[in-house]
Design a protein around this ligand. Structure first.
Ligand SMILES: Cc1cc2nc3c(=O)[nH]c(=O)nc-3n(C[C@H](O)[C@H](O)[C@H](O)COP(=O)(O)O)c2cc1C
Length: 263
C-alpha cells in the first residue's frame, strides 16, 4: 500500500512537470505554485522513505574532550540527522585506553580483534549502521592517535561487508592540518566499497578552546549540508538496492608488491 502511494506521488510529479512545461511561458506565479506543490510531494515521499527504510548513522568521535569542539561539530550533525528522520549513535573513544594493531592475524580466525575492548563493540554497531562518520580533532596535522588505533583494528578485524554503507569524516582544528587529516580518514572508506558523502566545503570546523567551534558558523553550516547530503545518499542507496540489487564484485588473486613468479 505504501508503495502504491509512492508510485502515485511519483506519477503526480510527472503530471506537475508536464503542466509546468505547458505553462512555461505563463506568469511567474505558476512556477512558484508548482515549486510549492513539488516540495509538498517530495516531503511526502521522503516521509514514506523514512518509514520504509529506518536508517542509522554511527559516529565515532576521536576527541578526549567530552565537551570539546569535536563534540560541538558532532552535535550539529546529530541535530540535522534527527530532522532528516535518521537515528544516530555517538561513540566517543578519544579518552579510552585503545591499543594499536599488533598484526597477530588472529582476527582472520576469530572474526573479531583478539583484544576484546571497545573496538569489537563498535564493530557490532558499525555492522548494523547504514552510515559511519569519523570525527577527529587535528593533532600535528593528523587524526587523534587513539582514533587511528581504533580504526586500524576495526577495519582490519571486522569481516562483515561494508559495501554501500555511506562514510564521511569531519575534522576539527585550531588552524592547520585539516585537509591532511580529512584525507587520512577518508581512506578507511575508499578501501572497502563505502561511498563518501561530501558537503559544500571540505568538512572542517575551527576552534581551540573548548566550545569555540560554536562560533565557526561556516564550519557548522558545512556540517548541516554534509548531514543533508549523506541522508540523501543513504536513502538513494536504499532505493537503488531495492531496484538494482548490490553491485557486482570480482574476487581476484591478491598480487602483492613482491610477486612469487618474479623472484
Ligand atoms: C597534541 C595536540 C596537537 C594539536 N595539533 C594541532 C594542529 O596540528 N593543528 C591545529 O590547528 N590545531 C592543533 N591542535 C589543536 C586542536 O586541534 C584544537 O584545540 C581542537 O579544537 C581540539 O578539538 P577538541 O576540543 O574536540 O579536543 C592540537 C592540539 C593538541 C592537544
Amino acid at each position: 500500500m505504501e508503495h502504491f502511494f509512492d508510485v502515485y506521488s511519483l506519477l503526480l510529479i510527472d503530471i506537475v512537470n508536464a503542466f509546468d512545461v505547458c505553462y512555461n511561458w505563463n506568469i511567474k506565479m505558476t512556477a512558484q505554485i508548482m515549486t510549492k506543490i513539488k516540495a509538498i510531494i517530495n516531503a511526502d515521499n521522503s516521509a514514506g522513505i523514512k518509514e520504509m527504510y529506518p536508517m542509522k548513522v554511527l559516529i565515532i568521535n576521536g576527541s578526549p574532550r567530552i565537551k570539546g569542539n569535536t563534540s560541538v561539530t558532532v552535535n550539529e550533525l546529530v541535530r540535522t540527522f534527527e530532522a532528516e528522520g535518521i537515528e544516530t549513535e555517538v561513540c566517543q573513544i578519544g579518552g579510552k585506553d585503545i591499543r594499536g594493531c599488533i598484526a597477530c592475524g588472529k582476527c582472520s580466525e576469530l572474526g573479531r580483534c583478539v583484544f576484546n575492548d571497545e573496538v569489537n563493540e563498535i564493530a557490532g554497531k558499525f555492522e548494523q549502521a547504514d552510515g559511519l562518520i569519523l570525527a577527529s580533532p587535528v593533532y600535528y596535522a593528523s587524526a587523534n592517535a587513539t582514533l587511528i588505533a581504533c580504526l586500524d583494528r576495526l577495519f582490519y578485524s571486522s569481516r562483515f561487508d561494508k559495501t554501500m554503507k555511506v562514510g564521511a569524516s569531519v575534522v576539527v582544528a585550531r588552524r592547520g592540518g585539516c585537509s591532511s587529516t580529512f584525507d587520512e580518514l577518508n581512506k578507511y572508506f575508499t578501501i572497502c566499497g563505502m561511498p563518501v558523502a561530501s558537503s559544500t566545503y571540505w568538512n572542517s570546523v575551527h576552534g581551540r578552546l573548548q566550545g569555540e567551534a560554536e562560533f565557526d558558523t561556516e564550519g557548522l553550516c558545512t556540517m548541516r549540508n554534509l548531514a543533508h547530503n549523506m541522508s540523501f545518499l543513504m536513502k538513494s542507496i536504499a532505493l537503488g538496492k531495492e531496484k538494482y540489487g548490490m553491485p557486482e564484485r570480482e574476487y581476484g588473486e591478491p598480487t602483492h608488491f613482491v610477486r612469487d613468479d618474479l623472484k
